[in-house]
Design a protein around this ligand. Sequence first.
Ligand SMILES: [Zn+2]
Length: 259
Amino acid sequence: MIVCPVCHTENSHLATTCKECRSFVQTKIDTLDLFATVWLLLESPRKAFHRISIARHKNYVIFLSFIHGIAILFFVMWLVRIGDMDVSLPQILGAGFVLGPVLGLIMLLLFAAVQKFIAKTLRLTTRFMNAVAIISYAMIPIALSVIFILPVEILTFGKLFFSTNPSPYLLKPTSYVALLMLDGTTILWSFVLYIYGVRALYDLGVRKALLVSSLTVGVCSALLFSGVSGISTKLSKVAPDKKVRVTVSVMSHENLLRR
Ligand SMILES: [Zn+2]
């Protein structure tokens, strides 16, 4: 809530002009600068999300969703162990970088719709584009993982990063665990930012913000994982012989280790 300094009317915390007398109640923000916003997210996530929420144009939101989609698709390919199937590294990279952006945009819209729905059941309202912007900017650490961590994973393990045959853990345990921990950190960091985002967007206390963000992330993860398990069941039906080959070569790999 912002109280107008001129007529003392109570306005929404995101209002830039008073609804009664039209005088300015806080600085108007027209556009968002990507790098300045990323820095502000590091320095003061609360201020950053307030700026994002009141900005008239939510710049870079769609662009960011393309990079998030790449991260999500590579994560899915890691989950289903796509490296065990009859695909090459260029095919994996092609799928990730071409289909990833499409998936990112769909996931962002779905994510925002789920958030709006959950907020609505708690009698909280906002513009759809505000929900979209908070999610997209909160996921910036995940976008950074595409730029800094994914290339290292591909260069270190190649196709084997997505495989159990042999497991990348058996090849280079320290690098593999370290890379996964870095990935995990970016996901956790994004979740913390998202809580800040929800707080700033709906003007909530920590508990309620935690409730809205956990429920939203929970529902979206459940949707993503049920989609993924659907895909992997289909894939295993398409290639039933692959599974046998995988087990055989894992066994021979274990024999190699014993020797
Ligand atoms: Zn006023």
